[in-house]
Structure formats: C-alpha cells, structure tokens
Ligand binder design. Structure first.
Ligand code: PHE
Length: 517
C-alpha cells in the first residue's frame, strides 16, 4: 500500500530506500526492509500494477558483537561509564572493573578508552578523565544497522570490518514505476468468474488475475488402474501375442462335478472338505450333469477304465452335485476342454475355419488343437494372513494338441515367463490329482535373492481327457499361477491385504508405478 500510495503521489519511486514506513521516523533503507519491499514489488508486478528496476549495491550488516554494541555501547564507552570522575570517588581497580563489565569488555575497552583519553590512572585504580564522550563506534553501527551504509566513508567501514563488528553483504534497492494495471487498491484480483459476478454485473468492473501458463496445476482426482488390473492386462497381452484365446470364466459358482470329479479329483480328497471349499446353502445342489459323460466320469472313479484302475471307492451323487465357489479356474478349463471334445464325441458343433488335423492322413477324428487362457477370481476357505486371502486371482492356461510332451510344457513355460521378465525358471516334480507328471515352477527373484514358487502345472491325466472323448494321442497340458504374487513382487507389496480387500490403500494404488508393458 505504501508503494502504491507513493507512486500515486509521485508517479515514480527513484530509490526504495527512501520510503518511510508509516509510524517510523527513519526511511526503510536497511537490507531487511528492502527484502520486504522486494516481496511486495513482486506481488504487485504479477498483477502488472508496477514495473521496477533492481540496483545492486554492496551493503553492510552488523555481526552479533556489532549488534550488541549498537544496543549497549562500545566496550570503551562501557568502561568509561563504569568509572568515577577523577577526584569524585574511589578509583576502580582493574580487578573490580573486570567484575563490573566482564573480562572481554574490560580488556578491549580499557586500551581504547586510554587511547581516546577518556580514562586515566589514579594510584592502583582507574578514573574518568573526560566528563562526556561521543561513542562514535556505537553511532556508526546504529547508522549501518538502519541504512546498510556509513556516510563517513570507506575508511571507517574498513576499520569496523577489521574489528569484526560488521560484514559486507550484497544488497539491492529498486526504482519503481506505475504498471499497466496500476491502482491504489490492493484488493486481490478475481481468479474465477462466478455466477454471482454475472448476476450482479460486477464482472464488468472487476480486475482479473492473468493466467499463469507456467503453473503446475493441482493434481487431479482421477481414477487409476489397480495394480492387479495392470498386471492382468500385461499377462493377457502375453497370451494373446502367443496365439491364445480367452476362456469364459463368468461362473464363480460350480458344481463338485466340474470343479473336482471331471478332473479326476477323488471324492475323498481333503481339498473338497469344508475347510478348503466354500459350499453354497441355497441353492445347495446343481442339476444332474449330462448323463453319458456323468456315467463315464463316475465309472472311472469307482471302477476305472481307459487303462486305469480308478479309485475303487464308492461314488457319491450327492457329492458331485454340491454347489460351491470354484476353488480354481481349472473348473472353467474343464468345461472348455469338454466342449473342445464335442466334435470328437460325434456331436454336431458349429464349425470354425480351422483345418481338421487327422493323424497321418487318417480321417478326421474331430479334434482341433487349442490354446486357451483365463485370468479370474477363485475362492478358498483359508485363514487369511499377509500372503493369503479367501479370494484371489488365478492365471490359467491349457494347450491341447496331439502328442505333446513334457518338454513342450517346459519349453512353453520358459518362453511365457521370459515374456513376463522372468528369465530363470526351475521345475520341481509335484502332485496334482488331475495331472501326471506335475511340475511346480520356481523363478529366481533377484530382489529377494531366492527362488520363489510362481506356478503349478502338468499334463492332464488320460482319466480326465478320455471320458471327455478326446482321441488317445491328444495331450493337454495346463498350468496355473496366482495373479497376486507377481503383482506383489513387482510393486514391492508385502501384505496382500494392502492390495485387495477393505484395507486397500486408494492412495497407494494411485501412486503405484505403471508396469512396463
Ligand atoms: N489348478 C491348479 C491350482 O489350483 C493349477 C493347475 C492348472 C495345475 C492346470 C495343473 C494344470 O493350482
């Protein structure tokens, strides 16, 4: 306001050091005052209310000792003050003086006071000689404190510098002119055009803040992809790039038949018991599965067939029709394989363009090779902890072709994982009721510096494939991995509950780095 009022009266401020702040007698010539002036000038400049030029100067500032002297007087003046006038009291001994004014002041002050002729000796003590003194040091320092300068000149400044009472500083002062938007009102310019302003007509007279195109802008509150979705997309792209088709996986609810029995999982298998599987209570049972296939599946369990002795355990119809939340997406793969074998069973199927591949020129037995994948949710009745949830996602794939071997499965795995950025993989024999052989897949994790299990795989058993109607030379290999594990490893998440469920941190998701696609 002072700057604007002064400009209004004089149209230019030649030297901002001459500004007199209301209520103060001296002009604002110190560097501290000029820093405040600069702040005000910049704010007025941004509204184009003023223009200004900067002048660089060398200025001087007081050291802590200098400030002390500006306040209390020089050491010599303090020594002088502490003494009695000659002939008017007991001379003060040097020891007494030290006690009164302190060691430092007594030491430095005595010498100078003597030199100035202010004090003298009387007996063993000290007395005042001068009846009044002019403490030039204090006066100079006060002048420097308020103006940064000393009128008496460079020699005195150099002396004060040598005495470490002042230091040199770069300073600035300014010449100010009116800007294009000059006004004496500091009312903030409008930053928004509001409905109220339009209604009242005040928009016509308001001043507006200029757009700052360099401003960064407030971060937006947009949505962002969940890390699981990002990694899912990445894996989906790998499958598509390798010629896989996506399986439908919409049915979270399956029957025991499709989740277990059709896969040749024995009805007495512990995984089917209450602690691992969520069973539905309403409705609790499925319709009867397709009769012929059902018969072949139940027979191979109970009595064997297709070269297998089966489990030789009683078959439960009740067990096979129980409805449950699927425990693996292999339930969906089984549906798809059963569908794929329809033509082999002699059923009428809507044709596709793929050429029939009969073995060694033999007649078409209806088999078509297939590469299928899915990425979707599965459910397990498990105790949840930092790495386990009752629901999670499985990445699953199946490849069906004639005379596939275990080497094909291993080779495929290496390619698949290397596309996911995992170069080092190892395989370990494992057990699944529906695959033989079965392999667990381990990947070396350089950050964790150890091998971690990343998946489970195997060649589906003939006990599963042949009741579906596949020709004997058709092999199907499949594998499954969790989506959460690679996602957690990639994003350095060590508690699955921060990734899924009610403890998920929205902020963490928004800030997580995008995967490299
Ligand atoms: N279903 C298995 C699992 O839940 C994964 C798997 C799929 C294994 C296909 C072999 C073949 O872990």
């Amino acid at each position: 306001q002072l700057i604007l009022d002064t400009l209004h009266a004089h149209s230019t401020i030649h030297d901002t050091r001459s500004l007199v702040i209301p209520g103060q007698s001296e002009p604002a010539s110190s560097q501290d005052a000029q820093i405040t002036v600069l702040g005000a000038l910049n704010s007025l400049l941004s509204r184009e209310m003023v223009k200004f030029e900067t002048h660089e100067i060398v200025s001087h500032a007081l050291t802590p000792e200098g400030s002390q002297i500006a306040l209390d007087g020089s050491h010599e003046a303090r020594v002088w003050s502490a003494l009695p006038t000659k002939g008017q009291g007991m001379p003060v001994t040097p020891a007494q003086l030290k006690k009164q004014v302190g060691d430092e002041t007594a030491k430095v002050g005595q010498g100078r006071a003597f030199k100035n002729g202010w004090i003298g000796k009387e007996g063993d003590g000290l007395v005042k000689l001068a009846s009044s003194i002019k403490d030039v040091t204090q006066l100079d320092l006060v002048e420097i404190q308020s103006s940064g300068m000393l009128k008496s000149g460079e020699k005195d400044l150099a002396d004060l510098r040598k005495r470490k009472l002042i230091v040199q500083r770069k300073g600035q002062w300014f010449t100010v002119h009116k800007g294009s938007e000059f006004s004496t009102s500091t009312a903030k310019p409008e930053t928004d055009l509001t409905a109220d302003m339009l209604a009242s007509g005040s928009w016509k007279t308001s001043t507006y803040k200029k757009y700052n195109f360099e401003a960064e802008g407030a971060p937006t509150d947009g949505g962002s992809l969940h890390p699981l979705l990002k990694v899912r997309e990445e894996i989906r792209n790998i499958f598509l790039e390798m010629g896989f088709a996506e399986m439908p996986t919409a049915s979270f609810v399956e029957s025991g038949f499709w989740c277990f029995d059709a896969l040749f999982v024995p009805q007495q298998h512990p995984a089917r018991e209450m602690q691992d599987t969520f069973y539905l209570s309403d409705p609790s049972h499925s319709l009867h599965p397709e009769k012929e296939y059902y018969k072949r599946v139940s027979t191979i369990h109970e009595h064997g067939g297709f070269g297998s002795v089966g489990y030789r355990a009683p078959w439960s119809h009740e067990e096979t029709t129980k409805l449950l939340l699927r425990t693996h997406t292999t339930a969906s793969s089984t549906h798809m394989l059963y569908k794929l074998a329809a033509r082999c069973r002699g059923e009428d199927v809507e044709d596709d363009d793929r050429p029939a591949i009969g073995k060694d020129g033999q007649k078409d037995d209806g088999f078509r090779p297939a590469k299928l994948f899915s990425i979707d949710r599965v459910f397990r009745n498990e105790t949840t902890d930092a790495t386990h949830l009752a629901e999670f996602h499985q990445v699953e794939g199946v490849v069906a072709d004639r005379e596939l071997t275990l080497a094909d499965l291993i080779g495929f795995m290496r390619v698949f994982f290397s596309k996911m950025g995992i170069q080092q993989v190892r395989f370990k024999p494992a057990y699944n009721p529906y695959t033989e052989p079965s392999l667990e897949i381990f990947a070396f994790h350089p950050m964790l510096d150890r091998w971690v299990e990343v998946g489970n795989s195997g060649m589906f058993r003939p006990e599963m494939l042949e009741p579906m109607g596949f020709p004997k030379d058709v092999r199907v290999h499949g594998w499954g991995l969790s989506l959460e594990r690679p996602t957690m490893i990639r994003y350095g998440i060590n508690n699955i509950r921060t990734l899924m469920g009610h403890k998920t941190s929205i902020e963490g998701i928004e800030n997580s780095p995008a995967p490299m696609l």
